[in-house]
Write a protein that binds this ligand. Structure first.
Ligand code: ATP
Length: 333
């Protein structure tokens, strides 16, 4: 088990600073998800923990110890990549035990480890198969098993599910949550997908342009976003934002935080508009409502409005957010 800390870390490529004076503590045994748009520096952080690409300045500490001079192989971390990095000509068993053989782990111990780990990830019946005969999800499990045999104290995962289809991704998310529970090891997981972050993380570290925007459990980021960026990155569809027309202050509300009706009703914020689009999603319907100034997305459990209908969008005070000119959320006093 291991905690990780970044202390005043910067990272530059060709004079371009992509990580800016970053401080972060990743707790021991927790499932931490680094999330943010493409290019915000997530993979760069992971590579610094692994020791593949060291920081330009500042310190990276594992269990309180500065690991700057410790090579990747000796940091007790294992990395699982998007493209699996499994050997196509080797069987599942050979893939899993490859690292063990290299480390001259005795035969019996090797067999015992491979069998227990393959059972943990549900590959017990596939040990003699070649990767080409496995599904995407099974290949992903081989990659996980390969990392697990090293008994790392930290698992680093870089978008490991992004090559899988939506259904399999959903299934693997659950499997990763269960695996984390079983192992009790520190997981650091990189994704640009806020759904993965919301569903798996104990703690989300939300980044933009090399700077942490918010570090909090999923429900806290959802309910109390620090700023406009966090408010619009977490949640699907993103938070609606409108202009108050005063001093750059903007207001926001979530698509599921508004009420649609034929009457104005008694709401803190209410606006008249027209249904522009309707998407029936099964258990809920998503409407786009256009008023004279804004276009809002509204999520409803009921499917009782149709395109071109006049409606009112109403939002209770408790569901409204406000953001100042600096894009920080204005906290209710
Ligand atoms: P993605 O989700 O697209 O993988 P990311 O958040 O993981 O993005 P990084 O890969 O960490 O982003 O890259 C952060 C920034 O650093 C980007 O602007 C990228 O172009 C730049 N960068 C990363 N590696 C290098 C490199 N070896 N040389 C030059 N610039 C690099």
């Amino acid at each position: 088990m291991a905690s990780i800390q970044f202390a005043k870390v910067t990272k530059s490529f060709d004079k371009q600073e992509v990580i800016k004076d970053l401080d972060l503590k990743i707790e021991d045994g927790k499932f931490t998800v680094l999330v943010g748009p493409s290019g915000c520096g997530k993979t760069t952080l992971l590579r610094m923990i692994a020791g593949i690409d060291p920081q330009t300045s500042g310190q990276v500490l594992i269990n309180g110890k500065d690991v700057t001079r410790i090579p990747p192989g000796q940091r007790g971390v294992a990395m699982v990549f998007q493209n699996y990095a499994i050997y196509p000509t080797m069987s599942v068993r050979e893939n899993i035990e490859f690292g063990l053989k290299n480390n001259k782990v005795p035969n019996e111990e090797r067999t015992r480890l491979v069998e227990s780990i393959s059972a943990t990830v549900g590959l017990g019946n596939y040990l003699d198969r070649k990767p080409s005969t496995l599904s995407g999800g099974q290949r992903q499990r081989v990659a996980l098993a390969r990392a697990m045999v090293k008994k790392p104290s930290v698992f680093l995962m870089d978008e490991p599910l992004s090559n899988l289809d939506a259904k399999l991704r959903a299934q693997m998310r659950i499997e990763l949550i269960e695996l984390h529970k079983k192992l009790g090891t520190t997981f650091v997981y990189v994704t640009h997908d806020q759904v993965e972050a919301m569903s798996m993380a104990d703690t989300i570290v939300l980044m933009n342009q090399g700077v942490i925007q918010q570090e909090a459990p999923p429900d806290v980021i959802y309910r109390q976003p620090n700023n406009l960026f966090a408010a619009q990155f977490i949640g699907v569809p993103p938070m609606n934002v409108g202009d108050l027309g005063v001093d750059g202050v903007r207001f926001g509300f979530r698509p599921e935080g508004a009420v649609l009706s034929h009457e104005p009703g008694d709401f803190h914020y209410s606006v008249q508009g027209m249904i522009a689009t309707r998407e029936m999603l099964g258990s809920e319907t998503l409407y786009q409502v256009k008023s004279d100034k804004h276009a809002f997305m509204i999520k409803c459990i009921e499917d009782r409005f149709s395109v071109d209908q006049e409606v009112y969008v109403g939002v209770d005070a408790a569901k409204l957010f406000f953001f100042g000119a600096n894009e920080q959320r204005i906290h209710e006093s």
